[in-house]
Every structure is written in structure tokens, then in C-alpha cells.
Write a protein that binds this ligand. Structure first.
Ligand SMILES: [Zn+2]
Length: 347
């Protein structure tokens, strides 16, 4: 959302926000794009713009009573529906009730899903009369966290929102949504941000060599920032390809398994690009080991895809990381068949 200084939460949202405000026609929008590019922030800022009482051109004013209520997370016409597990990380713990956000009395594991009773509450909320006269707005993030029952409960409301209610769904995996949900929403695509803008944003947050971590995160700046906060730095990332090619587990032992698999998939992707004579995408070119043979790399890619499906529930993480590293070493060690340079072929 826009703060009292009028600044956008993420600098690269300026154009998408302007675009969305200019082209919106439906009362249900689906913001979708790769994870870590700010779908939730865009959804909130759009909601704030709809509710803003001084709406100027391309963004909410940040200072009217309505904008301040959104900033205080207590606007009576805005409901933000998040899975329990995301409320604290996204700073949205208040959720309309007046208990303090740091109430951790219940130690039950927070749900990662948007439950059907929560969807029903949101529908009931949308049916009530707007308190400040600019309509009701419901933000649902991430929409792919609705299970089938939740999604079905929402369908009718998506088709015919009550009164002047509007819905904003944000999503990093539109394919995971019911087609009937997708077809009832106007799509608002959010692309990867410009590298220079994203790198500057990371540098402003004390990330060293931001381009390296940005590339590591596939261009997704929020993920890159999160990794930096968790202690990953550019030097460590750059050392990984050769470390793995030597079969050393090293720092990977301390990583969560899904992230190890994700990193290996990126390394495999880059090794295949290198083998095909192209530039790597996730690692600096100078960090890559010598080009390996394409065939074993393709086999490795298939193995990794299989591992990725099981990475959430490993039996023994330590063993798994070790065997993944051995697998990587073998694939990277197979020497590439020496290619004849093109310009000598016809000579
Ligand atoms: Zn305002």
C-alpha cells in the first residue's frame, strides 16, 4: 500500500498499478505473476486506490482518512484474507479483531490454506453495506491456497459480487486455480521487474552484489531479499557450482531441502545452457564448471524434477542432500564431447 509519504511499497509497481487502474472493467481481478514480484503489494495498493477518498490519477493519495485506515489495517470496507501462516510474515495480524498481533497463546501450527469458513466470512463481509461509501473490497492472497471447497464457495460471488463489492485475487500459480475461478476474473499480469530497478531496490536494503542474488532468485527481488536476510551472500552463491561439481555438500547441509533442490535445478539448467554454448541465467558465467555432456545433464534434470516433487517430505534430509550432491557431481563431471568450431567446418 502507499504510505503517508506517497511512496509505492515497491518501485516497480508504478507502471502495473497505472495500467491496472486504467484498464480495469471487472469487479473481480486476478493479479498473477512469478512469486516474489509483489502481487500482494499490488493487490493492496489497488484496493487502497479504490477506497481512497482523494483519488487523483494513478495511485492512492496516502494521506486521506481512508488511506490512513488502510495503513492502520483497520479500514471497515477492506478485508484481507490470508492463510494464517502468512499473516505475521506479511504484517497483517490484526485482521479486524482488536487483540494484539503478538498473541501466541495457541501453539497450534498455523494453517497454510485459505479455509472455506474464512471464504464464507469474506462473502458475508462483501454483502454488508459499505461504511465509507466507496464499496467493499476483499483481497485474497494467495488465491492458489484455496482448496476446491473454498474455491467453489467463492464462485457465485465472483460471478455476481453483491452491490458494489470488488474482489482482488493474487496468485503466483494461476494454473493451480480452478478454470472457473480464472474465467470469472479479469487478469492483471505482473512481470519480472526491470533488473536495474530491482537491483537498486536490493542495494538500498544493504544487499551486496545485488545483481548476483537477483539472478540467483530468477529475477524475483523479494525472494532475493529474503535469501540475503537468511544469510546467503553473492560469494557463497557464486562458489556453489564448483563446490557441487567437486561433490562437496558444505553449506548446503544447513539449507532447507526444497531450496537445495531448487538451487540444483538452476545449476542443471545453467549447465545445460553452457553445454549448448549459451550464457547461464542463474549463476555468473565465470562461476560455472567446464561444459559437461548434455546427455547426463538431461538425465539429471529428470531426476531433479522427481526429487522436487518429494522435497517437502524427505525421510532423512542429510542423506538426501548428500545423494543429491553426488548425483550432481556425476552429471557435471561427464566431459562434453569436443565440438568442432563452426567456422572451421566449411574450410
Ligand atoms: Zn487516499
Amino acid at each position: 500500500m502507499v504510505g503517508q509519504d506517497g511512496a509505492l511499497p515497491l518501485p516497480w509497481l508504478e507502471a502495473p498499478l497505472r495500467q491496472a487502474l486504467a484498464t480495469q472493467r471487472a469487479h473481480a481481478l486476478l493479479i498473477h505473476g512469478p512469486q516474489g514480484v509483489g502481487q500482494f503489494e499490488l493487490a493492496l495498493t489497488l484496493a487502497q486506490a479504490w477506497l481512497c477518498e482523494r483519488t487523483t490519477a494513478a495511485r492512492p493519495c496516502g494521506v486521506c482518512a481512508s488511506c490512513r485506515l488502510v495503513q492502520a489495517r483497520s479500514h471497515p470496507d477492506l478485508l484481507v484474507l490470508l492463510p494464517e501462516a502468512l499473516r505475521e510474515p506479511l504484517g497483517w495480524t490484526a485482521g479486524g479483531d482488536d487483540t494484539a498481533g503478538d498473541d501466541k497463546a495457541g501453539k497450534r501450527k498455523p494453517s497454510k490454506d485459505i479455509r472455506v469458513d474464512e471464504i464464507r466470512q469474506a462473502i458475508a463481509f462483501a454483502q454488508t453495506t459499505s461504511a465509507r461509501g466507496r464499496g467493499k473490497t476483499v483481497v485474497i492472497h494467495p488465491a492458489e491456497r484455496m482448496n476446491g471447497v473454498s474455491a467453489n464457495a467463492l464462485l457465485k460471488t465472483l460471478e455476481e459480487p453483491p452491490g458494489d463489492a470488488r474482489l482482488l485475487l493474487s496468485c503466483a500459480a494461476p494454473d493451480a486455480l480452478l478454470p472457473t475461478i480464472r474465467s470469472r476474473c479479469q487478469a492483471v499480469p505482473l512481470a519480472l521487474p526491470d533488473v536495474a530497478i530491482a537491483s537498486r531496490w536490493l542495494a538500498d536494503r544493504s544487499v551486496d552484489a545485488p545483481e548476483v542474488l537477483l539472478a540467483a532468485a530468477g529475477g524475483q527481488p523479494q525472494d532475493a531479499l529474503q535469501w540475503a536476510k537468511e544469510g546467503l551472500d553473492a560469494g557463497q552463491w557464486t562458489a556453489l557450482p564448483r563446490q557441487v561439481a567437486r561433490g562437496e555438500v558444505g553449506s548446503l547441509a544447513a539449507w532447507p531441502l526444497p531450496r537445495v533442490v531448487d538451487m540444483l535445478q538452476k545449476l542443471c539448467h545453467d549447465a545445460m545452457r553452457t553445454a549448448a554454448g549459451g550464457p547461464p541465467r542463474y549463476f555468473p558465467a565465470a562461476a560455472m564448471p567446464p561444459a559437461a555432456a548434455l546427455e547426463p545433464l538431461s538425465a539429471w534434470a529428470r531426476e531433479l524434477a522427481r526429487s522436487a516433487r518429494h522435497a517437502e517430505h524427505p525421510w532423512n534430509v542429510g542423506l538426501m542432500v548428500e545423494s543429491l550432491t553426488m548425483q550432481a557431481r556425476q552429471a557435471l563431471a561427464a566431459p562434453a564431447v569436443r565440438r568442432v568450431p563452426f567456422d572451421t567446418l566449411d574450410g
